[in-house]
Design a protein around this ligand. Sequence first.
Ligand code: ADP
Ligand code: ZN
Length: 739
Amino acid sequence: MTDEPSSAPGTDLFEQAPERVRVLLPLPLAEPYDYAVPPETHLEPGAIVEVPLGRRRLHGVVLGPADDTVPADKLKAVIRRFPIDPLPNAVVELVKWTASWTLAPMGSVVRLAMSVPAAFEPPKPIRAFVRNPAAPDKEPRLTPARRRVLDLLEDGPPRTTTDIAVEAAVGAGVVKGMLEAGLLVTVDLPSEPAIPKPDPDYEAPELTSDQEAAAASLRGAVSEPGFGVTLLDGVTGSGKTEVYLEAVAEALKQGRQALVLVPEIALSTPWLERFEARFGVTPAVWHSEIGPPRRRAVWRAVSEGRARVVVGARSALFLPFRELGVIVVDEEHDAAYKQDDGVSYHGRDMAIVRARIEDIPIVLATATPSLETWTNVETGRFRRLELPARYGPARLPDIDLVDLRRDRPERGRWLSNTLSRAVHATVERGEQALLFLNRRGYAPLTLCRACGHRIECPSCSAWLVEHRLSGRLQCHHCGFSSRLPEKCPSCGAEDSLVASGPGIERVAEEVYERFPDARVQTVSSDTLTGPAAAAEFVRAMTAGEIDILVGTQIVAKGYHFPGLTLVGVVDADLGLSGGDLRAGERTFQLLQQVAGRAGRSRKPGRVLLQTHQPDDPLMQAIAASDRDGFLNREADGRRLQGMPPFGRLAALIVSAKDADQADAVARALARSAPRLEGVDILGPAPAPLSLLRGRHRRRLLLKADRRANVQAILREWLSRVPIPGTVRLGIDVDPYSFM
Ligand code: ADP
Ligand code: ZN
């Protein structure tokens, strides 16, 4: 993430109206297509147009004038220009940059910027009715139905036919008749929900002196234009949100827009409430789960400058802001910022690119910086602001390791005596405990005691996970599910299938047994299915209606529960197996995040980590709260091995329904691999998930020196290997998943 954007942003408006334009279509195409410009149509770069392609009509974005290489008789004309402002130049630049960085076709990337085609048309106004002020006030011969309608409309606000039908209990015909009789007149209402304006002076918090120093520094960065990256490095509960909202407030005061990226928006109801407390209104929200009407409204409001602050998932980066003044990336270390489907881009990295194109500051907030960010701070490329202490009387919790080799739970149980006693004492005191295990369902494996058969997904090389609450076996990779069979599917033995290993449902089962009087709640993505469920969970937890919470990583992040004083990690070693490059880093981050849920208010917090390897430097670092020591050691290890961020990686994933075909293409790629100094090609090898959704997968990994131009090497390499249509080649520059 070091290269400059491929071309400098600028406003290269055409000098004369061009006769031909290059139009980028939202299809997996690397290049734009040329079209003729109809007479009297003005098409500047970024203009959104409708064009013919074969027998289809598509929308596209004008990139600029075209030369005359396409013969005139082959050239089709633009059908029309949508009546909306062109995409801002920064978005077009970001699309180009993302495409050249990820090697995704530019057309696939531009889809991210035009994901709501309905937004290109002006909204159709809603027709509503009011009393005709010119109609005589006392109409003698009114039917009771008409009288009810006039009475209803007495109070002023216009109503639609549906409103009137419901509220005055009349049919649509009555309204129509009254309109014809001149008793009513129509008014057009805007059909889009209004986006309220946040007020930067609504309710500024009283900041502590550390917070104020950090906030003042961020305000300074926002008030004078210029690109710069700041790491807001604050321990859990230090008030990072409070501080970065001051940067947002400053952008608003400067008349600019602000974008806040968060990893899991659906669950951030508390975040939205805090925003509202600070600015008087909720912000515009952008993520994959909001419905089409709302998406359309937000897209237009951003483009027209009516939305001043957007909080969203990574795709919000491609929204058409015209006056962006600051970007905040909350929980910058979170792996959810990396998209692994389609265009493999990293939301944090592309946010930095957008900030650089816009020439504005960007704030990365976290308690556990990624090694990439940490290294950029060390080398002075990023600035760092520190919040070293928790807000108010809260102190960071004490963290202790429980050695599972000595304090071993009995067979089929998962809680050690130490942890169990601590939970007991916590509940006795009327406080809350969280038992954390990052595994959904009841058991990760179902095994036949008779023949040893393990039940696998039919289309993936993965075990099926038992979900006892729903009574099913599920594949967590493709979504396949089936009933738990009565006999072993392999040997036919009856009553021989046993659950192996714990998921949170199984831990909860043990908790019910051990603490029959406690109020227990299990929380995972299976139970927190949407914003309403999340809000209810937060309410119950805050009101103290839950004594023991058993949850996955979904409860590890962001929440602030004052009564939660004990966090028990059931299996701290869980994320460490698998040999993933970032396994250690991620485990450290996750454990520190979940530990950070304990003791966030007056009562002190305690954290117990159950582990089989208490001597591991990672566990020691967590127990000693030695984050910087951990990061520095991790950095040394990566530097030594030439791994990111000190070297570069790119993964190629070849997949096909036919295993031999996948092998053949993978081998062909290996044979024509570039032989360059400082560049190693590893593989091909079957991917750890060698079968996924019925496709056989092979991986190659390119490992290069930090200064290597990985994109150029890949482009040259891949141009020499023909890929049959039945084989898919996924390219992942800077991969985060090694499955
Ligand atoms: P972090 O994001 O750093 O983990 P938060 O921003 O969630 O921390 O802050 C922790 C808690 O402390 C929140 O409930 C927040 O509202 C409160 N808090 C932090 N700073 C202040 C402040 N200056 N005034 C009032 N409350 C604050
Ligand atoms: Zn599957």
